[in-house]
Write a protein that binds this ligand. Structure first.
Ligand SMILES: Cc1cc2nc3c(=O)[nH]c(=O)nc-3n(C[C@H](O)[C@H](O)[C@H](O)COP(=O)(O)O)c2cc1C
Length: 173
């Protein structure tokens, strides 16, 4: 092992990537708090053709994408994620599941030997069916313990994130 290689944690098992999609900024805020506490690399999933910035329109677009099983094209996607052992995967609860960009992301890579730890921002529906959806989209991944955050998470967010990171054995990178 050379000095440039990541220091491996005992439980969480290695180098961490925070990958997230956010439409309104709440999930991005959670991702930033996680980044602050871990120092992990971060990749924001953005689309070649972004969703509408209008709330009423995105509600319809998201529902339509879900119904047709769309796989929206992700911009500037990393060619591989081989260097990461743990993916902290963030998204808003959309229609009680993952936004379809998360499906696009998960289908791009081989997650065998990797752990996916979901974090989800929601408006009351917590994870909805999203954990099942992720398990189906990345059947070879080990699933960590998820974190659900109500909207932006409020004043308890730093403590909630810290407790969740410990539960998953994730230490500062
Ligand atoms: C298209 C769409 C669908 C949503 N569906 C749900 C839902 O089914 N259950 C829920 O609790 N919240 C739902 N919400 C609310 C979001 O999960 C919530 O506002 C979240 O904080 C948004 O995160 P973001 O700011 O990172 O996009 C929905 C929001 C949008 C835009």
């Amino acid at each position: 092992m050379t000095a440039s290689e990541p220091v491996h944690t005992k439980k969480g098992g290695g180098k961490v990537l925070i990958a997230f999609f956010s439409w309104g900024g709440n999930t991005r805020g959670v991702a930033r708090e996680i980044q602050k506490q871990t120092g992990a690399d971060m990749f924001e999933i953005t689309l070649v053709q972004p969703y509408s910035t209008s709330y009423n329109t995105v509600l319809m677009e998201a529902q339509e994408d879900q119904h047709k099983g769309a796989r929206p094209e992700i911009a500037d996607l990393p060619t591989d994620i081989d260097g990461y052992d743990v993916i902290l995967l963030g998204y808003p609860n959309w229609w009680a599941s993952v936004p379809m960009p998360i499906a696009s992301f998960l289908e791009m890579y081989d997650f065998s030997g990797k752990t996916i730890v979901p974090f989800c921002s929601h408006g009351g529906g917590r994870f909805g069916q999203s954990l099942t959806a992720i398990a189906k989209l990345a059947p070879d991944a080990v699933m960590g313990e998820g974190l659900s955050v109500h909207y932006s998470g409020g004043s308890t967010l730093p403590d909630d994130v810290s407790a969740w990171l410990s539960t998953n054995g994730i230490e500062r990178q």
